[in-house]
Design a protein around this ligand. Structure first.
Ligand SMILES: *Cc1c(COP(=O)(O)O)cnc(C)c1O
Length: 442
């Protein structure tokens, strides 16, 4: 598959080139030249297909010919090793639990897939440095997905004091090829530093830079797999239901996850509506209401992995609707909330339905409560992280002491290794150059 830039002034690239470059030169986003549609036989078989098999079928056209069929099968088997259950929370509302992977967040899927692709593409004499800006969960998923992979160095930038303690431990305790750097600034500042590095000609001449942010096609595309899986499981659990499709509520920050759902729909997945569910960083819900798209500095909330003021994947969603606002509004609904209703939802759902929401999933749950009565179908919300990743908030809300899953406990006793810089590009560039020097000496 060839990928073009949504800004249309960079040359088309193969899957391999798009994965290595991450971002087109013209600062658009890579988008597949053609979105394949899947045959009815695929959807009939879907409820009984295993995740690696679904992954292979939906991804094969995007990765060909750079990844051969056998190699893709092997990658899908390695990536989808954990379950993604669809759990009924109450009548008509289901949680898609995306938190059973190694770092307990949905980002494990994309990060693991991308690391295996990059490993397949990296050349021994040309090491790749992967730059990541994280608001919390990207850092841990990418760090763990890439840990120990040959010829790849990972540099993670995160806002100092802006991620939870457990999140921080998951990417600052690893060592090996993973370097973590705290930035005196917000997530948007971190993202800006990464963008600046990519447009720094001197730096990119010396170093092979790649991005593992959700803009990378190898992180973005595999996320569609679990939308297909969710629909299959929903059909399986509700053979009598004759709704034309489900509604998916997606807790959103950079909108990569939601953009993956939208491309799944373009490939034929029966989805009636998507709900873009956000915290107070409500650029997209506000756009759906007013038609005005106004990125704003991010504000801190208890759903911190969604504290994004300028969502970098949104242009892909616009692209899929041909940049037509009216068409977009037919399918995509917006919802946003303050922190207080999130706390109440966590408490009430725990009490009434014995289901523990995390702050991000709670927003999507709330969005379904608002919209479902007028939608005539069931709702599936994405549970994007394990509630224990936000243990501080959850314990505070419930007056509890919730247990950490095994995956998270493993990080607790390791020493933190992390540097620190100001919100300053020359400091960041110097750090990268220093690291590159060390790498080429080793
Ligand atoms: C990253 C993240 C999100 C936002 O996902 P996007 O693809 O950036 O919209 C939501 N919830 C959690 C827990 C996350 O880590």
């Amino acid at each position: 598959m060839k990928f073009y830039s949504t800004n249309r002034s960079s040359p088309d690239m193969s899957f391999k080139e798009a994965v290595i470059k991450g971002l087109p030169q013209d600062k658009g986003l890579f988008f597949p030249e053609q979105v394949p549609t899947l045959p009815p036989s695929f959807f009939e078989a879907l409820p009984d297909m295993a995740l690696p098999e679904i992954a292979y079928e939906v991804l094969k056209e995007y990765t060909a010919p750079d990844i051969k069929p056998d190699a893709l099968r092997a990658i899908c088997e390695e990536v989808f090793t954990f379950p993604i259950p669809l759990v009924q929370v109450e009548e008509g509302i289901y949680a898609l639990e995306l938190f059973h992977g190694p770092t307990c967040a949905f980002k494990d899927v994309g990060a693991r897939f991308m690391s295996r692709c990059l490993q397949a593409f990296a050349e021994p004499d040309k090491p790749v440095t992967v730059l990541v800006a994280t608001s919390g969960d990207t850092g841990s998923a990418v760090a763990n997905g890439f840990l120990g992979v040959d010829n790849i160095e990972v540099v993670i930038l995160y806002p100092k004091g802006g991620v939870s303690e457990i999140q921080e431990m998951q990417f600052t305790t690893l060592g090996q090829n993973i370097t973590a750097v705290a930035v005196e600034g917000t997530f948007d500042d971190c993202q800006q530093l990464v963008k600046q590095a990519f447009s720094d000609e001197e730096l990119t001449r010396e170093m092979n830079l790649s991005s593992a942010n959700s803009i990378n096609v190898a992180r973005w595309l595999p996320q569609m797999v679990y939308y297909f899986h969710a629909w299959g499981q929903w059909r399986k659990q509700n053979p009598e239901n004759d709704a034309a499709g489900a509604t998916f509520a997606v807790p959103s920050g950079n909108f990569g996850n939601l953009a993956a759902g939208v491309i799944a729909r373009q490939m034929g997945l029966p989805v009636l509506y998507f709900i873009a569910a956000t915290n107070r960083n409500k650029v997209v819900p506000a756009y759906l209401e007013s038609g005005e798209y106004s990125p704003a500095p991010s504000v801190a909330t208890i759903a911190n992995a969604m504290d994004v003021g300028s969502p970098n994947n949104f242009p892909r969603i616009l692209e899929m609707f041909g940049n037509k606002y009216e068409d977009l509004k037919q399918v995509l609904k917006g919802y946003w909330t303050e922190d207080a209703p999130i706390r109440t939802a966590i408490q009430e759902v725990n009490e009434n339905h014995k289901y523990l929401l995390d702050p991000h999933g709670a927003i999507a749950y709330l969005s379904l409560k608002q919209y479902l009565p007028s939608m005539e179908t069931d709702g599936i919300f994405l549970e994007t992280a394990h509630p224990a990743k936000f243990k501080g908030s959850i314990d505070d809300i419930l007056g509890s002491d919730i247990a950490l899953p095994e995956q998270l406990q493993a990080f607790l006793n390791k020493p933190k290794q992390s540097g620190s810089i100001g919100n300053n590009y020359s400091q960041f560039a110097a750090l990268l150059q220093e690291q590159h020097k060390l790498q080429s000496q080793s």
